[in-house]
Design a protein around this ligand. Sequence first.
Ligand code: XMP
Length: 509
Amino acid sequence: MIIVLDFGGQYNQLIARRVRECNVYCEVKPYTMSLEEIKALNPKGIIFTGGPNSVYDETSPHYQKEIFELGVPILGICYGSQLMAYTLGGIVETAPVSEYGHTEVTVDPLDILFQGVSENTVCWMSHTDYIAKVPEGFKITAHTAVCPVAAMACPEKKLYATQFHPEVMHTKEGMKMLSNFVYNVCGCAGDWKMDSFVETTIQSLREKIGNGKVLCALSGGVDSSVAAVLLSKAVGKQLTCVFVDHGLLRKNEGDEVEAVFGPEGPYELNFIRVNAQQRYYSKLKGVTDPEAKRKIIGEEFIRVFEEEAKKIGSVDFLVQGTIYPDVIESGLGKSAVIKSHHNVGGLPDVVDFKEIVEPLRMLFKDEVRKAGLELGMPEYLVFRQPFPGPGLGVRIVGEVTEEKVRIVQDADYIYREELHKAGVDKDLGQYFAALTNMRSVGVMGDFRTYDYAIALRAVLTSDFMTAESAQIPWEVLAKVTNRIVNEVKGVNRVLYDCTGKPPATIEFE
Ligand code: XMP
């Protein structure tokens, strides 16, 4: 196993991912982890991440010098490289010229880290400090026009450091460097696979849970579904999944989830479906403010779940489908509230349990999907697009009613079906129909109509932080429009949303 020791940089998750792409198991740990705890994990190598600080800041994260004497290979990246230099007696200074972005770096091809790497290679730099003098025993193994120590090494102690970021894709030969580190320096075999993640996780869940009772809030989304299947494979009927149908799901979704996880499905678990549709509709009656709607939906979810949890009584473990980007986001938590996201955040307060289990905590979305396939889950579940916790509640502008839910469900179903048929759905980050709160005049069969407008949205994005509107072929849009106005009662106009994010958000509320 490789430990990525997190000093607060923004690419930490990427480093872990790159190591896993080398088929080497990897976990991100906070820099506050003690030396004893690190030793106990018996890592084959450690990678120090970047971070926003200068090593001289009073509050900057440091690590005790003894870590360098463990005999475990260490690779320091960016801040991590400066920390290594500083801790071992080198000199770190503010660089006269900061380097950001693509930078040509000259490397020593004889150094083990740069084996097979071009002598002049493009790397991604992002730093204001630099190593001015390497510690004793180290040699300089790379430089740029303005950075004398772009990399350094002490092969005897297996200590390596790069000022640039080998983990980002803009560092052209970064993968080669990282694989040199994990294979040639750390001696990792590279035989870890996602399916061994599945196997080892099931095994360790079994050991951890023993005969304990486990409760899982199942939303039907990819993450909670994969988590539930892992738990089901590990402890079978000791697991109870509660699925709350809040009446704001996509068309047929409640039944689809039940078909997979319910008694007719292939998994061994206790499945409880709570049909809380009417309860939600009445709570949402007359409410038009987007944040108020989100709050109601989130709180109602907690209430419904609390009632179910009471019936079940105390459990030993509560499962959460947290994935790595959630961990990062909640770790930062400093950004402005654009929308209050509703997941299962409040559950720990209302369930009587001893411990939280988060089996996907170290995975990215696409890795979760791979695990899902490995577990034999149906593709339509595994490749589901992201669906917001508050569901159609944020795709119906203004007041939510049962009738409006029906309209948006039917329109969305047609839209998804036609995009799939036309084969244009694969490259899209997210696509759906939303119900605008606008009614306008139309004419159908010589009669005046005064009906709703549906907005179609499709965006290209991979991180969901920014997005651009996708160009759907006109003939596909024309077909969708035609079907929606003909098949969905209450709609006489279809609009396409051409806005990117920013300035719009992906969802409508
Ligand atoms: P926005 O609308 O903020 O959406 O651009 C970005 C991504 O987040 C999803 N989203 C949510 N997911 N709970 C969730 O789990 C929520 O409350 C929520 N609100 C938005 C949205 O579908 C998109 O993928």
